[in-house]
Design a protein around this ligand. Structure first.
Ligand code: UD1
Length: 420
């Protein structure tokens, strides 16, 4: 397993191109299963999660070509079950269930896995498909679904922690081919849902309200092929923005969408960063004192859970105490103990982490536990004095395109150590 070796203490400076969104591309790839015609997706990041999703689509019979950031997908002859082990290993794969069911009227998938961040149930996905008339049976690690017909319905999709992103994606996709009108209440409002709805509408779907909590889908008989450019990855952009502030540098994010990053930019400003917006770019400047900020993760447009770990790494640098409360995934604090290896002072109290900032961080060997936790460790390593080795960076390869190259071009001393 590869690791990163980081020499800390260098301010990041320069420009970085933001890749297409990982969380947008996974459901959009699944949406290509809704038609026998060819779909083309551009600006696709070369990530292990994308390649993995490609293998999952191939396992149900789709043709997948990935070249120079463009994915060409053709699901002419597909079957309703994929490779058990592939699907089990990636959480995002659950979103093939809705399209397979809608197209073939039966689908079997294994219960999904993914990052180790809480229990991550799929009850809302199943409730949503049941509301359209699907029969569902869970046995032996599989979810079996059948639906001789799918009928539009009114579905309230809010859960214990608010809306579900991939649950909304699954229902949205299934409803495009249902009879009549489906109304989703308490739908996820994330930009990735808008991107999916844009793609589905380009395929001939009739979806209104994407980006709001109420989505209305009028079912159509069939969908056709479409082409689509992905939105930029707001979490990758946010991660580079935090890294700029944590190292006291100045970084311009090319192609980022500040309108998707409101909560993160607001917290960075509160922490003392200066932010400049111009056409097609966003510049984040650190360098002054980092002020402590309190934050609570929430569904969009609140502060994203996928940026919580990175902000915690920054708060280790702040002059004072911050309280970070996690409301989306209950055990998403695995990075705290690793940050403490670098000298951070963090106490976990229920869903909150109390970060006493200001203690100088110094390099140490640390272990990545999930995708965003790994990003936090890389940020902390770049801000710390001395050498930090981040083990198990395969987590980072799932969601950050050539992270070490991009950071290297900004001046970071970071290298990949293969194997071990
Ligand atoms: C997506 C993102 C992930 C992000 C998360 C929250 C992708 C590929 N992944 O994951 O990066 O961290 O949104 O923004 O887009 N829940 C239930 N029952 C369900 C489904 C979810 O109780 O059936 C709960 C979850 O445990 C969690 C909350 O709902 O507490 C939100 O999870 P959800 O939005 O579904 O996350 P994902 O869509 O899996």
């Amino acid at each position: 397993m590869d690791s990163f070796l980081i020499e800390g203490g260098i301010a990041l400076r320069g420009e970085v191109n933001i890749s297409g969104s990982k969380n947008a591309v996974l459901p959009i790839m699944a949406a290509a299963l809704l038609t026998a015609e060819t779909c083309v997706i551009r600006r696709v990041p070369d990530l292990s999660d994308v390649r993995f999703m490609g293998r999952i689509l191939e396992s149900v019979g789709a043709e997948v070509k990935f070249e120079d950031g463009t994915l060409t997908l053709r699901a002419a002859n597909i079957r309703g079950f994929g490779d058990y082990d592939l699907i089990r290993k990636m959480r995002g794969s659950i979103c093939i269930l809705g399209p397979l069911l809608a197209r073939l009227r039966e689908a079997t998938v294994s219960l999904p896995g993914g990052c180790v961040i809480g229990t991550r149930p799929i009850d809302l996905h199943l409730k949503a498909l049941q509301a359209l008339g699907a029969e569902i049976r869970v046995a032996g690690g599989y979810v079996y679904t059948t639906a001789p017909r799918l009928d539009g319905a009114l579905v309230f999709l809010g859960g214990r922690a608010g809306p579900t992103v991939l649950g909304t994606a699954n229902l949205l996709m299934a409803a495009t081919l249902a009879e009549g009108v489906t109304v989703i209440e308490s739908a996820a409002c994330e930009p990735e849902i808008i991107d999916l709805a844009d793609f589905l509408n380009a395929m001939g779907a009739k979806i209104h309200g994407a980006g709001s909590p109420t989505l209305t889908i009028t079912g159509v008989k069939e969908l056709h092929g479409a082409e689509h450019d992905l939105i930029p990855d707001r979490i990758e952009a946010g991660t580079f923005a935090v890294a700029a502030v944590a190292t006291g540098g100045e970084v311009t994010l090319r192609g980022a969408r500040p309108d998707h990053m409101g909560a993160v930019l607001d917290k960075l400003q509160e922490a003392g960063a200066r932010i400049q917006r111009s056409a097609g770019a966003l510049t984040i400047k650190g360098g002054g004192l980092v002020r402590p900020v309190d934050l609570t993760t929430m569904p969009y447009s609140g502060f994203p859970t996928d940026m919580q770990a990175q902000l915690m790494a920054l708060m280790c640098q702040a002059q004072g105490t911050s309280i970070i409360t996690e409301r989306i995934f209950e055990s998403r604090f695995m990075h705290a103990s690793e940050l403490m290896r670098l000298g951070a002072e963090i106490a976990i109290e229920g869903p909150s982490a109390i970060v006493k900032g200001g203690r100088p961080l110094s390099g140490a060997p640390v272990m990545a536990s999930d995708l965003r936790a790994s990003a936090a460790l890389v940020i902390a390593g770049m801000a710390a004095g001395g050498t930090t080795q981040v083990h198990r960076v395969y987590h980072l390869d799932r969601g950050y395109e050539r992270m070490e190259e991009k950071l290297g071009r900004l001046g970071a001393r970071i290298s990949r150590i293969p194997g071990e």
